[in-house]
Write a protein that binds this ligand. Structure first.
Ligand SMILES: *Cc1c(COP(=O)(O)O)cnc(C)c1O
Length: 412
């Protein structure tokens, strides 16, 4: 079935009252009638016990995400950060190494440098070009970490080439697919990525109202090359032998949810489940509007540079055409200087906020906000210039938006 069919039908559980929609289980614990029943649920992990590990509302969300991303398994977590952390916790041990793309989401870099590095994981940053990655790989590299669309540089890596290189070297390709909008814009697992992490806070939620994240993975024998899946776990079973490719998502659930407690609230799971029903529709409309804005603003005398992967002359265009369903809902404008950006943002009658995927258009000045903690050199390397403004296009009428942009550019 096609994406938009799955988006409204997949994951809906059978309801005892015939409810057309998802019920919220605002429940912490699930009881059993006999000692034997309790024993069986603890031994097999089937059924529900305690909502930190698994609950029916999040389960419905996981089923829907699985269908939309074409995954073997999905694990929902409290935030996108929690998803990234849980996925890496499941794959890395002290002494292991991560190769990460340059220009990642700032907080992901923080997670690598301030959390994983002190735990004994070495992280190195490379251009996510297959040749550069091949050269940088070592015996200890376990994970190659990239984003579907680097932000705000708006570059799209060659996912298929990176996946085949990772497969050849026994390394897990983990893609932060937040910009893939729950698979409506990009499905990295279909190109060979071994795992996807994503923030559901952005386009999946769609209204800037709730936080959430997910880890998804595909069927693969790669996990048989990771020692943690070949050693007996505390239950005495060897994960790879007992679970096959499900050993990785199961470890994410155990470490991320049961042990570290990064559980998604049932209320948030409900809102995200609903957000997924319209994500394809919203992202298509946002992308059409972004394309319209890009075409109409690119020659503007006050705009020094404009980046949008949907423009044929854009450096990301070729990979965007291959990997993305459209040019996407993000564009950037360079107003030439900090002063230019400051005047533009003061004049523009739209929200300035460090979020993405909201129904409202949101603008941000990465130099002074999201990337302000990086050294100037690192900012420039990440494609962040003093005049750059990032635009997450919303659902407003395209002509109204263009008029608001032109009005503010008049003030630059
Ligand atoms: C927002 C974001 C995250 C973090 O997600 P949260 O839900 O805010 O924790 C991770 N990666 C990317 C690319 C993001 O945009």
């Amino acid at each position: 079935m096609e994406y938009e069919t799955l988006a409204v039908l997949a994951g809906l559980p059978e309801d005892p009252h015939g409810a057309v929609g998802l019920a919220i289980y605002a429940v912490a614990a699930y009881g059993f009638k006999t000692l034997e029943e309790g024993q069986a649920r603890f031994a097999t992990g089937e059924g529900y016990v305690y909502a930190r590990q698994k609950d029916p509302t999040a389960k419905a969300l996981e089923e829907r995400l699985k269908a939309l991303e074409g995954a073997l398994e999905a694990v929902a977590l409290a935030t996108g950060q929690a998803a990234t952390f849980a996925a890496l916790l499941a794959l890395l041990r002290p002494g292991d190494e991560v190769l990460a793309a340059k220009g990642l989401f700032g907080q992901t870099i923080g997670l690598f440098n301030q959390v994983l590095a002190p735990m004994g994981v070495r992280v190195r940053y490379v251009d996510p070009e297959p040749e550069a990655v091949r050269e940088a790989l070592t015996e200890r590299t376990r994970v190659l970490f990239v984003e579907t669309v680097a932000n705000p540089a708006l570059l799209v890596p060659d996912l298929e080439a990176l996946a085949s290189l990772a497969e050849e070297k026994g390394v897990a390709l983990v893609v932060d697919n937040t910009f893939g909008a729950a698979g409506s814009l990009c499905r990295p697992l279909a190109w060979g990525a071994h795992a996807v992490v994503q923030s559901l806070t952005k386009w999946a939620s769609g209204h800037g109202s709730v936080l959430g994240g997910a880890v998804l993975s595909r069927d693969t024998a790669l996990w048989a090359r990771f020692p943690q899946f070949l050693e007996p776990d505390p239950r005495g079973q060897v994960p790879w032998e007992a679970l096959g490719a499900r050993c990785f998502p199961e470890r994410v659930r155990t470490l991320g949810l049961s042990l570290c407690g990064m559980a998604l609230s049932p209320f948030n799971a409900y809102l995200l489940f609903q957000g997924l029903e319209t994500v394809a529709l919203r992202v298509r409309r946002m992308s059409e509007t972004a394309q319209y804005l890009a075409e109409n603003l690119k020659g503007h005398p006050k705009v020094k540079a404009l980046r949008y992967p949907g423009l044929p002359e854009d450096p990301a265009h070729q990979n965007a055409r291959k990997y993305l369903a459209s040019g996407g809902p993000i564009l950037t404008l360079d107003l030439g200087s900090l002063e230019g950006a400051s005047r533009f943002l003061r004049a523009v009658r739209l929200f300035k906020a460090p979020n993405l995927g909201d129904a409202r258009t949101l603008l941000v000045h990465p130099w002074t906000t999201t990337h302000s903690r990086l050294k100037e050199e690192a900012r420039l390397e990440a494609g962040v210039t003093p005049g750059l403004v990032r635009v997450s296009v919303g659902l407003e009428d395209p002509k109204d938006l263009l008029a608001l942009f032109e009005e503010a550019l008049g003030a630059v």
